[in-house]
Design a protein around this ligand. Structure first.
Ligand SMILES: *[C@@H]1O[C@H](CO)[C@@H](O)[C@H](O)[C@H]1NC(C)=O
Ligand SMILES: *[C@@H]1O[C@H](CO)[C@@H](O)[C@H](O)[C@H]1NC(C)=O
Length: 362
């Protein structure tokens, strides 16, 4: 028996090793290979640097806390939500589409970021100053075709189905509405305006599904009425109630769109982040979350540092970790990091029906 036992024994070991090797491969294969990012300045990592636009952040003091202390086009003192999402997934932040597409050896399989400061659900929002959401989807359809060519149709579909599609859109539409004239609001009541945004959003999300998106992270609109820019409009420096109410309505309606889509398409999974509820906690109980200043921007000039944008000549605060807002519209890196942690590992009512970690493990 001797030699035979040794042989079958080592065969068993080989079989065991092969099985555990396959198991390791299976875990890696089930994880997220790439992130495709869409949306506005909350996720722009440099697309607007390539545009002729006023909506730019590729100058100081932006980026002062970014590795190397340099302005990259992110509307932040440091990293933004797109960066933290990638970091938590163990990936490099997806590069800006307009930087990739100008290179001859563009690799779209490691993720692409289409987000552009100023964009909204409506293609009329900051028209000509940004890559509109519709245009971002059009660019993505080019990427989709390129992946199908390079990987083959089936392989590309499987790659995209495992990837995360992160979307942050809607803030600029609501901010524009809140700042529009009383006459304009009378012609287009806020409920009707939000309904029209949701109508467009539905078509846009369906387009992404049709182009292979199966794991969607939707970051809802934050309490934009509390941005220094909108607070500054009120004599009492209170949050703009109308804009905050619209954000709540919008997030609720976006949830209805996504749950309807996933009922219709059982292979579609999503995690929706209620940025409004999550961020209002910091504003209502700053100390509990490590914040000292929730009204004024860190960088800017004038009342609440919100009259004039963050530019090289603007004042900036010494402690960026205790301010909720970096400039008149955007959160600090500290805020983005805390929100991202809740979106990744948190629970309802902030992130639902599942969190991003659970979505990534499907
Ligand atoms: C903008 O949106 C409207 C309404 O959804 C649509 O009719 C129009 O074609 C869009 N324009 C562009 C340039 O995409
Ligand atoms: C800055 O703020 C953070 C968060 O509140 C705090 O932990 C830190 O001690 C502050 N740093 C300084 C130098 O005050």
């Amino acid at each position: 028996m001797g030699a035979n036992t040794v042989a079958s024994c080592s065969l068993a070991i080989v079989a065991f090793m092969a099985a555990s090797f396959l198991a390791t491969v299976a875990v890696v294969a089930a994880s997220v290979p790439a992130v495709y990012v869409f949306g506005d300045s909350l996720a722009d990592v440099g697309n607007n640097n390539h545009l002729l636009t006023l909506l730019k952040a590729d100058f100081s003091h932006n980026g002062m806390d970014y590795p190397g202390g340099k302005a990259t086009g992110r509307f932040s003192n440091g990293k933004n939500s797109a960066d933290f999402l990638a970091e938590k997934l163990g990936l490099a932040s997806s590069p800006p589409y307009l930087a990739l597409s100008s290179s001859s050896s563009a690799n779209y399989a490691n993720g692409v970021n289409f987000a552009s400061g100023g964009s909204g659900v409506s293609n009329a929002t900051n028209k000509d100053q940004c890559i509109t959401f519709d245009k971002q989807i059009q660019y993505y359809s080019v990427v989709y075709a390129s992946l199908a060519r390079s990987l083959g149709q089936d392989q590309a579909a499987s790659h995209l189905a495992r990837s995360i599609f992160a979307i942050t859109i809607g803030s600029n539409d609501i901010i524009h509405y809140a700042k529009s004239s009383a006459a304009a609001k009378l012609r287009n009541p806020s409920q009707q305006f939000v309904d029209s945004l949701i109508q467009s959003l539905k078509g846009q999300l369906q387009s992404l599904y049709n182009l292979g998106a199966r794991k969607v992270v939707f970051l809802g609109v934050g309490p934009v009425g509390c941005t220094p820019s909108l607070r500054e409009l009120s004599s009492t420096k209170d949050c703009g109630a109308e804009a905050n109410a619209m954000a709540v309505q919008y997030n609720k309606a976006a949830e209805a769109v996504l749950s309807g889509m996933s009922a219709q398409h059982p292979d579609l999974h999503y995690a929706l982040f209620d940025s409004s509820a999550a961020l209002l906690r910091y504003i209502d109980q700053p100390a509990a979350y490590g914040f000292a200043e929730v009204k004024a921007a860190c960088c800017g000039l004038g009342d609440l540092h919100a009259k004039i944008a963050c530019t090289p000549i603007s004042h900036y605060c010494s402690n960026r970790s205790d301010h909720v807002f970096w400039d008149f519209y955007h959160p600090t890196e500290a805020t983005a990091q805390k929100l991202s942690s809740t979106a990744f590992d948190g629970s309802p009512p902030f992130i639902f029906p599942i969190n991003i970690r659970q979505l990534s493990e499907i």
